[in-house]
Design a binder for this molecule. Sequence first.
Ligand SMILES: Nc1ncnc2c1ncn2[C@@H]1O[C@H](COP(=O)(O)OP(=O)(O)OP(=O)(O)O)[C@@H](O)[C@H]1O
Length: 293
Amino acid sequence: MLTVQAMTTYIGHKQIIKQGSFEVAAGDIAGLIGPNGAGKTTIMKTILGLMVFTGQIQINHQTVLEQDHHALAKVGALIEHPAIYPFLTGWDNLRLYAQTAANIQTVVTQLAMTTFIRQKAKDYSLGMKQKLGIALALLNQPELVLLDEPMNGLDIEATILVRKIIKQYARNGTTFLISSHILGELQKIMTDVILVNEGRIVLNQPVHKLNQLRQQRCHFVTDDIPTTVKLLQAQKIPIKSVHDGLSIDRGYLFQVQDLLAAHNLHLLALSPYDISFEQLIVRLLTQGNGVGR
Ligand SMILES: Nc1ncnc2c1ncn2[C@@H]1O[C@H](COP(=O)(O)OP(=O)(O)OP(=O)(O)O)[C@@H](O)[C@H]1O
């Protein structure tokens, strides 16, 4: 649905995004993850045709050009601070962009904004402004929605509601590209991960594939830990001590089992150990290894 090929984005002469390629299929929720300054906002702005770039961006097979934004007709976005007119009410802000009054009513109801939508936006709290920003992004049944830190300023109830709405739109075919620093939050909704670091796309993978990478280690206990440690160290097998036993990379499992048997050592317990999603992301960022889709 969204295809980005060799995107290079410039600010002045500086390359901010470097040859970035990724794709998001229709109805998928892609999490755009990366450290501060990695280039997440710049990627979103480039997709919206707001930056100077080379490469190709296609939305539903239509090409985004700096001078021609036809491809963006069915795209909604919330990037950085929502573009809200403070002296208009929330409703009138929505009315500026809505194709029909019914479309306004839909998002106002979905986002539970009825109680404050007729107030002037200048009197809104941070969370109310954020809700209005999300409402603007979801207005007019968009096919693609870009959300930069959508949960900023939202309380728990609103966060749960927005999460539910995003999933509901995605089930109906809307595609999402969402950045957030709160990995746990993204984990609850995203189907795909796009990892960006120093302006480069490090990884673009479905979450279920990444989860396979998390199952990398084994914990085990033997009837003689000190001898086991000496034996494995002599064989240069990297081991770590973990509470009552040892931990190895799963790739060494059969070798370790054979060694234990050959030296009359017995396994008392063996269990796979998944690193956390957060640990995996940090590892991928520090290794910097590109893993394609
Ligand atoms: N107007 C600008 N002039 C020069 N450099 C800029 C400008 N805007 C952004 N940059 C640089 O572009 C890089 C990417 O910034 P961007 O805002 O896209 O990162 P980000 O991943 O969204 O960061 P954060 O998580 O902190 O919001 C940063 O190194 C930043 O310094």
